[in-house]
Write a protein that binds this ligand. Sequence first.
Ligand code: GLV
Ligand code: GLV
Length: 328
Amino acid sequence: MTDRPNVLVTRPIMDAPLARLRERCDVTVHENDFGIPRDELLHVVAGRDAIVTMLTEKVDAEFLAAAGPQLRIVANHAVGFDNVDVAACTDASVLATNTPDVLTETTADTAFALLMAAARRVGEGERFLRAGTPWIWGPLMMLGQDVHHKTIGIVGFGRIGQAVARRAKGFGMRVAYNDAVNLPAEVEAETGAERLDLDDLLAQADFISIHTNLTPETRHLFGAEAFRAMKPTAVVVNTSRGPVVDEQALADALEAGEIFAAGLDVFEREPEVEARLLGLENVVVIPHLGSATVDTRNAMGDVVVDNLFAAFDGARPPTLLNPDAFGG
Ligand code: GLV
Ligand code: GLV
């Protein structure tokens, strides 16, 4: 590596962290509103010392081979890293990092925004008024579901799931969770959450908020059977990864009235949004905005830069995913 590392950033990031990066590195920011096509990506990664990737790019053995042996670190500008083959990075002696913690509260806010919008038919009301529909206040108009004092079932009780639990507590909700990992008693005490088996959670929850990682075990965790197990008044919110939900089964459940509504930040075949869902009034959709605030995107950029600088200094990056690539 030369004095000034050669860094590729695959999509424009916030100015402040980018300026920090440029002080120390030669930085190429790939400007393309629709991301880098795969064949072009495999071309532009060549010869880089570090690459800042987005959740839209697959980092696998082919990517790493195309980059070449001087590559030290791949810093994913996201907390989720299902797009990164961490084992392949380790095999190639490339450090891999993500951006946890700094986006926890912001993503929990997004989940709550979707939860409330879906429960209270905010999107539907917006579309109704914007269409110029004639109306007058009426006692039976656009009735939704109460949020306060209801039961929320949080599936995947990591940092973001726990932050949703703290919000739910403020609404006087009963909080249940399901997670593959058993949590320390302090976490249950702090969040006031009780652990339920998934079946019990699905049957009892008025709101189900999904916060799992995408893994082979969680792909289509929410399918026809799960929706049938829910209350007809249930509202499902997904701010994790699209493929955790079977969108066809979700559309079936929403059409059949097996559940009340859904709020979605993520989609099975992003950026495509299932047309059947777009045709339904009882779905609120936003384009993967979970962590999309000015403060949080600056903070994520700073975590990325901190990770890169640590790698260049031979130090352990703060949010390293593969300690084995750093010598354990
Ligand atoms: C966004 O989805 C992230 O994983 O940060
Ligand atoms: C997920 O990775 C989380 O931070 O909850």
